[in-house]
Design a protein around this ligand. Structure first.
Ligand SMILES: [Zn+2]
Length: 242
């Protein structure tokens, strides 16, 4: 049995045998298989697929690949609104993340920009996939095998290696620029920060901090204090660049 496969977008990057041709004709099929399993066996993780068309008709992942199928696979576009229903995945609201240990700095930056981000580098791949599925979070990783796990619904292979570029990638992809709220979330616990009067915490401050800063926020979970320091200036510059 053979099928005709047409890959759109940058999906060729996932093929074990890279082909510069976007059309890969006559792939041999050994057994009866769903289109999801078929494409994952070729190397393409299902969360990277936005739409599937077989012989000109929209299909979902359950389609059983048949002789001479003409399969068109569409990559997730460079900007996507996940709060609306897509062909293969349910709508997602609110937009929240679960971040793999291999992009740990991205987790911190997402929290800095105010996005609800689960991060626990102690979890196994199975536990992380389970958490993302249970909490309806987008799984962000650089591990292709993790994205192929059945539990993963929304996920993304992070393309960039530099954390600032990774942040730009995620914010651009999910159209989140207008939702950035800097310094609203604890970098350690992901908890929302609350404003706190200087008088209440003044005995916890270093003399120079006491002298130069008046606006403070606190994480009620870990009791960490946040205020506009040099770190914040660097972060604001980065956010402006976004
Ligand atoms: Zn905290």
């Amino acid at each position: 049995m053979s099928v005709n496969l047409l890959l759109n977008g940058d999906l060729c990057r996932f093929l074990a045998k890279r082909s510069r041709e976007m059309v890969i004709p006559a792939i041999e099929l050994a057994r009866r298989t769903s289109i999801k399993d078929f494409l994952e066996a070729l190397g393409i993780p299902h969360p990277e697929i936005h739409r599937l068309r077989v012989n000109g008709e929209e299909k979902d992942f359950n389609h059983i690949v048949a002789e001479n199928d003409r399969i068109e696979v569409f990559a997730v576009p460079w900007s996507i609104d996940l709060t609306r229903h897509n062909h293969l995945t349910p709508a997602l609201h609110p937009i929240r993340f679960a971040v793999d240990a291999n992009v740990g700095k991205l987790a911190r930056m997402l929290r800095m920009t105010g996005f609800d981000t689960f991060y626990d580098p102690g979890l196994s791949d199975a536990e992380l996939a389970e958490t993302a599925w249970r909490d309806k979070r987008i799984l962000l990783t650089r591990d292709i095998a993790l994205l192929k796990r059945k539990k993963v619904v929304h996920g993304r292979l992070i393309r960039h290696s530099n954390p600032a570029e990774q942040l730009t990638e995620v914010i651009g992809l999910y159209g989140l620029r207008d939702q950035i709220v800097p310094f609203s979330r604890c970098l350690c616990c992901n908890n929302g920060l609350e404003e706190i009067a200087k008088a209440e915490i003044i005995d916890r401050l270093q003399p120079l901090t006491q002298k130069y800063y008046d606006d403070f926020k606190i994480c009620r979970q870990c009791e960490r204090l946040y205020w506009p320091g040099s770190h914040r200036e660097r972060m604001l510059k980065l956010i402006e660049e976004l």
